[in-house]
Design a protein around this ligand. Sequence first.
Ligand code: FAD
Length: 460
Amino acid sequence: MVDIKKVTKLLSEVVDPSRVSDKDFDLIPYSRDLSPAKQKLPSHVVIPETREEIQGIIRIANDEDVPVYVRGGGTSHWDAYLAQEPGIMLDMSKMNKIMEINERDLVATVQPNCTWAKLDRELRKHGLTYLCSEAGGPAMTVGGSIMKAGSGPHSTAKFGFHGNQDVVTLEMVLPNGDVVQTGSAAWPSAGKFERQCLGPDLAGMFIGAEGILGICTELSIRIRPTTDIQERLMATMPTLDSVIEFGHFINRHVGDEYLQGIYLWVDPTAPEVFTLMMDIFGYEEEIVNHRREKLIAKVKELGGELGDRAPADDYFGHILTGLTDLFVTGVWHFFGAGTLRIDDIKFMYDVWKTELIEKRGYTKAGFGGQILPRRWLAFMVTNYREPEEWEELVKMAHGIDEIILDGPVVPYGIGGRDGLRDIVASRDTGYYRLLKTLKKTLDPKNILQRGIFIPEEELL
Ligand SMILES: Cc1cc2nc3c(=O)[nH]c(=O)nc-3n(C[C@H](O)[C@H](O)[C@H](O)COP(=O)(O)OP(=O)(O)OC[C@H]3O[C@@H](n4cnc5c(N)ncnc54)[C@H](O)[C@@H]3O)c2cc1C
């Protein structure tokens, strides 16, 4: 049991007391995320401002055996930061500064809770931009995206997902309070300019780990000149095979940095209509036009039709402002999700159509995904309104996850999701065993993100 008052007193010695609370009134807003996860109340909320404060908090957490949970922008929707048991919620919102925009090396250094929207505004003043983006709206942060290796609508064959090409260096506070710099920053007299330098690529160990191995306190990412010349297309394809062929065409012919996004959507009301939205950005008008013409010609060759681009404007246009319409019909739930080869999208579509719509009669979930374009990040997504719908929906989603993950799909967004964590644990792969060994070694008391990604009992 956490000695709440004692921990509050200790925390108030390392962080200004105005940024520490154990009052229900302050804790409740941190008890929910955007998923159907049950309400989970932390015991404390702390708003650190510096790396040293985080080190102090970690020390107290270890001494008092209180878990620590890290909340970035809070836009993830798979129970990835909620307090799985009463513990300290770190609200990182005050660590949001842009530290440096290095126009010569094309590197931006930021504190983890700098939002993509804020960075975008600043970079644009310099004629610069970043490499890839997700669709999580104005609150999503650079640190949150990279700690869970997000990938989104504006990812390209060249740049891929967050953490793939864009990370230069990370500064991490480990669960024992040590600070580690990765990449060229590991060599103190060098600077922040390269990810892979001295020895193994330690940044890779933290990217996608959902915060279980360390707390990010600063990071530098690659930036590049803006590609403001833009074309947007919307097409409907006659079959999933034609979508797959289109994906391979992009992979082979036009999938460089010019094709920023390609997004598939299939609505449950019309499961045989395959809608594709595409964003083409580039540096030279001629090349953008050339790409556009090639894409149009291929759509037509494969029997597709070009349509009104308004829905694509709505989708791509709201990446940094928020896809609020998604929430109009209720809370968003995203399941049966993962990464897979281009050809294997057929498997996932069949599960969606046969298992979900036809066998289970659930006709509210759409099916979609982003071709990055070398692979898909695909998912099923639904909305619900009434709390009673929860249990039913979550049970059904578990069933679908089981089927999907028995196939050629790598799970995405593990967090504290019951079901998904257990499926990953039950596979007992060498990868998973190594992850557990790393976790036990770095965090013997399982202080950081206890219960996230790896169920607690797996670490006993
Ligand atoms: C409408 C909508 C659309 C979305 N579209 C996409 C999409 O296209 N692609 C996609 O991948 N996701 C998408 N998301 C999910 C979400 O926006 C992204 O995953 C985003 O990257 C999360 O960033 P965040 O700052 O909100 O992080 P959070 O949700 O706060 O945290 C994400 C994870 O990182 C950990 N974390 C956060 N900060 C730190 C830190 N400093 N140190 C260590 N760990 C930390 C958290 O504990 C948690 O496990 C979408 C969400 C919404 C609401």
